[in-house]
Design a binder for this molecule. Structure first.
Ligand SMILES: *[C@@H]1O[C@H](CO)[C@@H](O)[C@H](O)[C@H]1NC(C)=O
Ligand SMILES: *[C@@H]1O[C@H](CO)[C@@H](O)[C@H](O)[C@H]1NC(C)=O
Ligand SMILES: *[C@@H]1O[C@H](CO)[C@@H](O)[C@H](O)[C@H]1NC(C)=O
Ligand SMILES: *[C@@H]1O[C@H](CO)[C@@H](O)[C@H](O)[C@H]1NC(C)=O
Ligand SMILES: *[C@@H]1O[C@H](CO)[C@@H](O)[C@H](O)[C@H]1NC(C)=O
Ligand SMILES: *[C@@H]1O[C@H](CO)[C@@H](O)[C@H](O)[C@H]1NC(C)=O
Length: 397
């Protein structure tokens, strides 16, 4: 009995040793196959040197990208920094007019005035707030409605207050409405309405106003100031709608839509009338014309500025990333650029009709029931459509 047991022990030991050797050999050969234990040294650099773009905006963005890239920035801080990257105008007060643009933009002198004004001040992102509502979000709202308006548009603001922007509790959710204004300046031939605006704000306490020139190309300034304002005055807002003062918004439908979102969907929400595969207009007569000396390339997907809806979480991320995106004169494109930098894209929702609905449906109350936004609508139309949607007798199949 003693002999077979010893033999068995021997057999088992030999088998174990064989198995061990087999494992070692097979591990080595698989490592060789995958080359995992060899250090791979690329023969050429796997990046390409940044070549300055001929367009001013692109060049400014390249500089920002380098400054915010920890690896490349280390290299470029060396003394032999190329001249085009050594823009001392960035170190001085960004809110002083930057006279270097007059030589840095090839055709500066032949550009329309609005471009010259934009270029001179495009590094300035902060202007003093002159009318604020510091406590408007004391109770963090479920939905913040932020309306881009212009001082003379009293009737539009009043119609919004009496219709879709009625603040308070709608469908069991808290809604806060504010109007975003800059300065309608005498330089742009605006009448002085400051007394009336003062009265309006004392009466409704829903105006936010900053001290900068309220012009089309400064709407991006309004956007970055608003992103800053949200973080300081209304960080608890669950969702934000931002839009123009000539749109109709179906607040009921929006609240209904928001309540139905799942948690991950709600956190990353950004919906609107999304425009894809667009680029700058090169026809001087178009309102959205952008010269080639200013921007080259296509636009990222962006939601038309008539109105879009996003989460408070996205607002915080947009606020951060906007510091790394050069101001662009078209505000909705700029927001698209910021989203792209976050690795996000706005989502198209067919309830946003920034290009209106078919004429034959415009006076049909039921046509508005499932929509979220229609552009454009007059103050009277806003009140009419809101009355239709608020009527208990509205019966749509
Ligand atoms: C870093 O600087 C060195 C020396 O100026 C240069 O040769 C090299 O190409 C630079 N690297 C990059 C990534 O530009
Ligand atoms: C950047 O330019 C300024 C003047 O334009 C010059 O005084 C400075 O030395 C330059 N800096 C570098 C790092 O080249
Ligand atoms: C509002 O909330 C109350 C109590 O939570 C509930 O009974 C009511 O059905 C809700 N109304 C709507 C429109 O959701
Ligand atoms: C804005 O308007 C006020 C008067 O209401 C004026 O004092 C101020 O200079 C204006 N600011 C700009 C940037 O035009
Ligand atoms: C934007 O606002 C600033 C500050 O009021 C002003 O100097 C600049 O001209 C404005 N830019 C445009 C394009 O109107
Ligand atoms: C924004 O940036 C600040 C400071 O770097 C950081 O603390 C915060 O977490 C960032 N917020 C978001 C939403 O990314």
């Amino acid at each position: 009995m003693a002999l077979p047991r010893r033999r068995l022990k021997l057999v088992v030991t030999v088998m174990m040793v064989n198995l061990f050797i087999f494992i070692i050999i097979s591990r080595q050969s698989s490592q060789d196959k995958n080359g995992r234990n060899k250090v791979q040294i690329p023969s050429k650099p796997f990046w390409s040197k940044v070549v300055p773009s001929a367009a001013y905006w692109n060049r400014k963005q390249q500089i920002l990208d380098l400054q915010n890239n920890p690896i490349l920035a280390a290299n470029y801080s060396s003394a032999d920094m190329p001249d085009w990257l050594n823009d001392t105008s960035l170190n001085s007060d960004p809110c002083q007019p930057n006279s270097r643009v007059t030589t840095q933009v090839k055709d500066y002198n032949s550009l329309p005035h609005r471009f010259k004004d934009f270029l001179l001040y495009m590094h300035c992102r902060s202007y003093p707030i002159i009318v604020d509502q510091p406590d408007i979000c004391k109770q963090p709202p479920f939905l913040l409605l932020a309306v881009k308006s212009l001082a003379p548009h009293f009737d539009r603001r009043q119609a919004i207050r009496q219709s879709w922007g009625r603040a308070g509790v709608i469908a069991n959710q808290t809604v806060v409405t504010i109007f975003l204004l800059g300065n309608a300046t005498a330089g742009d031939h605006h009448p002085d309405l400051s007394e009336m605006l003062h009265y309006e704000n004392a009466r409704y306490k829903d105006i936010i106003k900053w001290d900068y020139r309220d012009s089309f190309f400064n709407l991006t300034v309004k956007e970055v100031l608003f992103l800053e304002w949200i973080q300081t005055r209304c960080p608890g807002a669950r969702f934000i709608f931002k839009g123009d003062d000539d749109v109709f918004v179906n607040t009921y439908r929006i609240l209904d839509f928001l309540k139905g979102l799942t948690e991950p969907k709600a956190r990353d929400l950004f919906v609107g009338d999304v425009i894809t595969n667009a680029g700058p207009h090169r026809d001087k007569k178009v309102k959205y014309f952008i010269p080639e000396s200013m921007y080259v390339g296509t636009y990222p997907p962006y939601a038309g500025g008539g109105g879009y809806l996003y989460s408070g979480d996205i607002a915080a991320r947009l606020h951060n990333v906007s510091q790394h995106v050069t101001l662009y004169p078209i505000d909705d494109v700029y927001t698209g650029m910021c989203l792209r930098k976050l690795g996000l894209a706005p989502e198209k929702h067919k309830g946003f009709r920034t290009f209106n609905i078919e004429e034959k449906y415009r006076s049909n109350p039921c046509a508005y029931k499932s929509l979220m936004l229609v552009h454009p609508r007059t103050p009277q139309e806003m009140i009419q459509i809101w009355a239709w949607l608020s009527s208990p007798s509205l019966n749509c199949q």
